[in-house]
Design a protein around this ligand. Structure first.
Ligand SMILES: Nc1ncnc2c1ncn2[C@@H]1O[C@H](COP(=O)(O)OP(=O)(O)OP(=O)(O)O)[C@@H](O)[C@H]1O
Length: 253
């Protein structure tokens, strides 16, 4: 691991009963890379992301994040400076105004009370306004978050990540529930944010087209193993065909 390494997977293994969900995966990711995790359903993408976030504990191996073993981060606050997560279902509180959800990006740092009452502090409001402006939602500051469209809610989640400002951004299927135009919109915003902020991005995706368009490197998982790990420009259609090929089933009768 050197100074340009953002995180490193070392022999990460996870079993669920008899199923090997991750089979001793080792690789490293450099700062500023945008890595798409792709692969068929059940390949292990979410489980791998969850081992970074600490939601799933590997049975063997582990992550070194920003030079430190994952387990050595003592507090959620220290970890939140390094890693921010955008979840499939956004993790937003629908009843709260947009601005409160955005300032929740500082939750671990400030605690609940300050995050909720943070509008008393003009500097914090300016931070939220600036983040919302960058994701194109400056006019939705005081709207109830639950009334926004799916694409707009995902932009609120992006604004929250801007406020949290971690070094590494994880996103599990960030555009799964969006129509193609909105999905492209969100991926455009996400990739320009991480580029501007010099952050490292790791996202799981079902769309190979989006992986190719917005990411610099593609790691393909299949049955808990790395099937290929290549710069996007070297990913060929025939590799993708192999990756998603269904197992041949014997015909009955
Ligand atoms: N909590 C769990 N308990 C038991 N098995 C699990 C659990 N979580 C995941 N698995 C299994 O581990 C394997 C990997 O699942 P995972 O959700 O990581 O795949 P994925 O590539 O993200 O799939 P998808 O694209 O469908 O979201 C699958 O066989 C899944 O059934």
């Amino acid at each position: 691991m050197n100074e340009t390494t953002a995180l490193e997977a070392k022999y990460i293994t996870k079993y669920f009963g008899k199923k090997t969900a991750l089979s001793s995966l080792s690789f490293s990711i450099q700062k500023g890379e945008r890595v798409a995790l792709i692969g068929p359903s059940g390949a292990g993408k979410t489980t791998l992301l969850n081992t970074i976030a600490g939601i799933v504990e590997p049975d063997e191996g582990g992550w070194v994040i920003a030079g430190k073993p994952r387990g050595s981060y003592k507090s959620g606050k220290e970890f939140a400076r390094k890693v921010g997560v955008i979840r499939q279902h956004f993790d937003l509180v629908p009843q709260l105004a947009v601005i409160h959800n955005v300032l929740a990006g500082r939750l671990l740092e400030w605690g609940v009370a300050k995050s909720l009452f943070s509008l008393l502090f003009p500097r914090d409001k300016a931070l939220a306004v600036d983040s919302l402006r960058r994701v194109g939602l400056a006019d939705k500051l005081y709207e109830e978050t639950g009334r926004l469209s799916g694409g707009e809610q995902q932009r609120v989640a992006l604004a929250r990540i801007l406020v949290q400002n971690p070094e590494i951004v994880l996103a599990d299927e960030p555009v799964a529930s969006l129509d193609p135009a909105r999905a492209e919109d969100v991926l455009n915003a996400l990739s320009s944010i991480v580029e501007d902020e010099n952050q490292t991005l790791i996202a799981s995706l079902h769309s190979v087209d989006y992986a190719r368009k917005y990411f610099t490197r593609i790691i393909a998982l299949k049955d808990g193993d790395i099937f290929f790990d290549l710069p996007t420009s070297r990913v060929t259609d025939s590799l993708l065909g192999e990756l998603y090929k269904l197992k041949e089933q014997p015909l009955n009768g």
